[in-house]
Design a binder for this molecule. Structure first.
Ligand SMILES: Nc1ncnc2c1ncn2[C@@H]1O[C@H](COP(=O)(O)OP(=O)(O)O)[C@@H](O)[C@H]1O
Ligand SMILES: [Mg+2]
Length: 349
């Protein structure tokens, strides 16, 4: 914290104050000695001269202090005023340069430093907000354009039955995609704004993994994927609904990114008080460059699959795991497949 860098006591300031007092008193004694000798001890003149010397000393001190205030107080206050006015009007590019070295920060340097941190944070948030809005708009615009095309085609009464069914299926798919997008955005924003309080309960995790996986039975068959399960019986105290969302996302990704005839293995084991869920596939795998972004919002690494999903799935899983206390990791080799591992505390209380 920047406060630790504040020295508080100024040695130079104290020395200056001490020297000024010494100089004024010495001058007063000096004047006293000289004027006493000149005037043969005329008390009135001596007293007047000493008083005049002290007043002169005080005036010099006051002038010096006015100058010091101008440089050390008025100047930084003016800079702070200008900076805060700019920030208030929405300009976050403000940067204040501190007046002293890092180790000699005074209160103003700390305020400058804090203002710089604040503007950096504000402009980062502004950028994230703009990115978010443009990503959401893009994700909504694409399916809407497709929906519009299908709807226009359906307006044509001459459309044959096969084409008509294709349009209707397309409409259902795109509206489902839009609804998933909105649901994911809402869930993400609720978790990020800490509006979701996980409902912690004791539940059968093995059963949850089995039931969630079985929901994809039809998809496994359709793609001719082999499914292997190695699930140890286990009851844990955590949030079943949030863990279900996480498993759903990992299994649906594994299916999506694995070509026909591939294999998906799902396991649940215990390791040092943690429940460890692994979702392994023999799909396209993830390169190192893509792997660095897969937990970012709206990031889609594999463009050949970008028609499905919206790049929010893993961001949501990561947020969920952070919220309930756990870890998510991934091991992958391009062309060989990926393994996503969820480590969840068996007792989140
Ligand atoms: N099992 C997987 N195999 C290969 N790539 C994956 C896998 N799971 C996730 N990814 C990569 O991570 C990206 C982000 O995943 P996700 O957030 O679920 O978004 P989406 O599924 O909508 O693309 C994907 O676009 C893909 O590039
Ligand atoms: Mg996904």
């Amino acid at each position: 914290m920047s406060k630790n860098r504040y020295k508080g006591f100024s040695f130079y300031g104290f020395c200056l104050f001490f020297i000024t007092i010494c100089l004024t008193s010495t001058s007063a004694i000096f004047v006293y000695a000289i004027v006493s000798r000149w005037t043969n001890g005329n008390t009135l003149i001596v007293a007047f001269s000493v008083l005049a010397t002290i007043i002169l000393g005080a005036v010099v001190c006051a002038l010096f202090d006015i100058y010091r205030r101008k440089i050390m107080i008025e100047r930084p206050v003016k800079m702070i005023l200008q900076a805060t006015q700019k920030i208030a009007s929405g300009d976050f590019s403000v940067k204040l340069y501190t007046m002293h070295d890092y180790n000699k920060f005074d209160e103003y340097d700390i305020i400058f430093d804090n203002i710089n941190t604040m503007t950096a944070e504000l402009s980062k948030n502004e950028m994230l907000k703009n990115d978010f809005i443009s990503n959401v708009s893009h994700e909504i615009k694409t399916p809407l354009a497709v929906i519009q095309n299908y709807a226009k085609s359906l307006q044509n009464n001459d459309l044959d039955a096969r084409k008509r069914e294709e349009c209707i299926n397309g409409l259902v798919k795109q509206t489902k995609k839009l609804s998933e997008l909105i649901t994911n955005i809402l869930k993400l924003s609720k978790i990020e704004n800490q509006q979701i309080v996980p409902e912690i309960e004791k539940f059968d995790l093995a059963e949850l993994v089995r039931v969630t996986t079985l929901q994809y039975e039809e998809l496994f068959e359709k793609k001719g994927l082999e499914l292997e399960c190695d699930i140890d019986e286990m009851k844990i105290v955590s949030s079943a609904s949030l863990i279900e969302i996480a498993i759903n996302n990992l299994v649906s990704n594994a299916i999506k990114f694995t070509d026909k005839g591939g294999k998906i293995s799902i396991s649940l084991k215990e390791d040092k008080g943690n429940a460890v869920i692994k979702v392994k596939d023999t799909g396209c795998g993830i390169s190192k460059a893509v792997g660095e972004h897969i937990f970012d919002k709206f990031y889609q690494g594999d463009t050949s699959h970008s028609g499905e999903g919206n790049g929010l799935g893993l961001a949501l899983v990561k947020n969920i795991i952070d919220l309930i206390g756990g870890e998510i990791s991934v091991e992958s080799k391009v062309g060989m497949g990926s393994t996503f591992t969820l480590k969840i505390k068996k007792d989140s209380v």
